[in-house]
Design a protein around this ligand. Structure first.
Ligand SMILES: C[S@@+](CC[C@H](N)C(=O)[O-])C[C@H]1O[C@@H](n2cnc3c(N)ncnc32)[C@H](O)[C@@H]1O
Length: 333
């Protein structure tokens, strides 16, 4: 029997409500150096700005990852199970996963994202284009803990999908936002999600590789200033969540490759001494002081394969592009 849904189901485990995130934001603002986690980039405008970044000539990851899928997709599909429940971690526009539907023929699509309003809209549009594919959106902050949760289990059981293999898709090298120990913890939780479905599941993950600074830095500091706007939009979002009074125009975008740590770092640098206030506190910033907003770790493929094994996955395979800039790994349970 084919299941026909008019609208996708949606479970909102994460509520972007201020009181839930204020302690984390305040702790980061009061730290030295001050920091705000990259997950706070993504309000609805931040998600749209990220989509614009993927169109920029300097931003090689999206088109390089797409080239890897175009060249090796058919071979990848031979290793992946057909009819899997496709779980899309940090789905954003859902566009990447949708392009894989013909290849993977999933039995259901489960996108997960912290940007709840944006996901609701993009998923509703996708469901219209694929009315026969059951879709369940999960609004969740997976940096605290990734699990599908009891509501999803019920949803899968009601559709006789609980015993289908689970393929977790985590593209775009978003794993690079996590420090190696945090990445390991998320991969362990992902392994548990894959393992709790039917046999044959695993993780399909895009990973950006170490390369020349001359390629890396422009990708995070484009000539049009879209990435700068994306970085500053975080202050708008924090103003909303914390009732703070950041003046985004008083902060300069900084992106640099920290070769020792093998990561791109994004910062916002105060263009003058200033005090940022919120209802029960404040933070004084000196002229030139930086607020750390993102890390994007770049991996050597052998190190990432070792991390996957450490997380409990079986022997991983990976495919890359002609320049060896980006790898897509398939790590079976
Ligand atoms: C760099 S974008 C990638 C979007 C898309 N998957 C792609 O590859 O083009 C990261 C996505 O992950 C989501 N995200 C970031 N941190 C998250 C978190 N802690 N929990 C859930 N979603 C998160 C963002 O909202 C955003 O849609």
């Amino acid at each position: 029997m084919r299941y026909i849904d008019q609208a996708p189901s949606f479970v909102q485990l994460h509520r972007p409500r201020a009181d839930a995130v204020q302690p984390e934001l305040i702790a980061g603002l009061l730290a030295t150096p001050a920091r705000i986690a990259p997950k706070f980039f993504y309000d609805a405008l931040g998600s749209r700005l990220f989509d614009a970044i993927t169109e920029l000539p300097e931003y090689y990851p999206t088109r390089t990852e797409a080239a890897v899928f175009a060249q090796h997709g058919a071979e990848m599909a031979r290793h992946l199970p057909e009819g899997a429940v496709l779980v899309d971690l940090g789905a954003g526009s859902c566009a990447k996963a949708a392009r894989l539907f013909p290849l993977l023929q999933p039995s259901a699509y489960v996108p997960v994202d912290i940007s709840v309003d944006y996901l609701r809209d993009t998923l509703a549009a996708l469901q219209q284009r694929h009315p026969e594919l059951p879709m369940l959106g999960l609004g969740m902050d997976f940096s605290t803990r990734f699990a599908l949760g009891p509501d999803s289990a019920t949803w899968l059981q009601e559709r006789a999908l609980a015993q289908r293999p689970r393929v977790v898709f985590y593209p775009g090298s978003s794993i690079g936002n996590f420090q190696p120990d945090e990445a390991l913890a998320l991969l362990c939780q992902t392994h548990a999600v894959c393992e709790s479905g039917g046999t044959g599941g695993g993780l399909l993950i895009g990973v950006d590789r170490v390369k020349a600074r001359t390629v890396l830095e422009p990708a995070y500091d484009d000539a049009l200033g879209v990435t700068a706007a994306f970085n500053r939009n975080l202050l708008r979002h924090v103003n909303h969540l914390l009732q703070a009074d950041f003046a985004p125009a008083a902060w300069q975008h900084v992106a640099l490759f920290n070769a020792d740590a093998s990561r791109i770092e994004m910062h916002l640098q105060a263009t003058g001494a200033q005090t940022v206030r919120w209802p029960e506190g404040e933070r004084r910033f000196a002229d030139g002081e930086r607020l750390h907003t993102e890390n994007s770790y770049k991996w050597q493929p052998e190190d990432f394969a070792a991390l996957l094994r450490e997380a409990g996955f079986g022997e991983p395979r990976h495919w890359t592009d002609a320049n060896g800039w980006f790898s897509v790994f398939w790590a079976p349970v």
